[in-house]
Write a protein that binds this ligand. Structure first.
Ligand code: SAM
Length: 253
């Protein structure tokens, strides 16, 4: 999968590209990341400006339509196939796991990172990108948002994770779209906190049942909105069970 990032600050990605799973995926030719400096498409004056004051007044500067459209067109002209344009903006559709899965099915993604007060509206009108937000807060620029998207998407590119099952069981993922069950590793006991017996018994069917129930229980407590139709998930029973647990063990989940 190939990502093209259009940014005024390409160096922000330096550390990110050389660490962890992403750097391994790049080395193994599973993922390509190409950065394009928007300033290279600015008029050839000494300061190479790409921003200007908003018409009608107001604070801050806007990224201009002309260098942005020229940059996108030049990048796309050099590549075959559909580029799947994405503009990072707090005004876009909220990024989530299904969107990450959708992006992971594409061959390419073109990520446009805003700065200042964002892009001139005509960037959206002309390029018709998908507008994507990573949450209801305002960042200084789209670069961190682009990294968030890349990070979530590359986990889903076949071969990037050692074990493909993990991105099925992960929270919000295709397995059940719920929060993941609690996990434990060695030691078996620490300061009186022990690993649940079921995980030590080697009964894989029992472990799967326990994990499914823990996943629903945790989701009910923390993210009820993810559960959908309560009847399908037998939530009523689970809720009764949880109330019972709270009465018996006030500090437990
Ligand atoms: N004036 C804009 C508004 O109110 O919608 C905010 C501009 S913000 C300071 C500058 C850039 O950061 C945006 O153009 C966008 O690329 C990026 N950005 C900020 N918050 C973001 C978010 N929640 N999701 C994605 N990108 C974001």
């Amino acid at each position: 999968m190939r990502f093209d990032i259009i940014t005024l600050f390409p160096a922000i990605f330096d550390g990110y590209l050389t660490q962890g799973l992403l750097s391994k995926a790049i080395q193994r030719d599973l993922v390509e990341i190409h950065r394009h400096n928007l300033r290279d498409w600015a008029p050839p004056t000494p300061h190479r400006p790409v921003d200007d004051k908003p018409f009608g007044g107001g604070p801050g500067m806007l990224i201009q339509v002309e260098p942005t459209v020229r940059c996108v067109e030049a990048v796309e002209a050099s590549l075959p196939g559909e580029s799947n344009r994405v503009v990072l903006t707090p005004q876009g559709k909220r990024f989530d796991q299904p969107m990450a899965e959708d992006f992971a099915n594409r061959d390419r993604l073109l990520l446009l990172c805003g700065r200042y007060e964002g892009f001139d509206q005509r960037v959206m009108d002309i390029l018709q990108p998908q507008e994507v937000s990573i949450g209801d807060f305002v960042l200084n620029g789209g670069e961190v948002a682009a990294m968030v998207i890349i990070d979530a998407v590359i986990r889903l590119v076949p071969g990037v994770l050692g074990d493909e099952q993990s991105n099925i069981d992960d929270s919000f993922s295709r397995g059940n779209r719920l929060l993941e069950f609690p996990q434990y590793t060695r030691p078996r006991e620490f300061r009186g906190h022990t690993v649940p017996d079921v995980l030590l018994g080697g009964d894989h069917a029992a472990i799967a049942r326990w994990r499914a129930e823990q996943s629903r229980r945790r989701t009910l407590q923390r993210r009820r909105d993810l559960l959908g139709d309560p009847q399908n998930l037998e939530i009523d029973n689970l809720e009764i069970d949880l109330n019972q647990t709270k009465r018996n063990h006030p500090k437990s989940e």
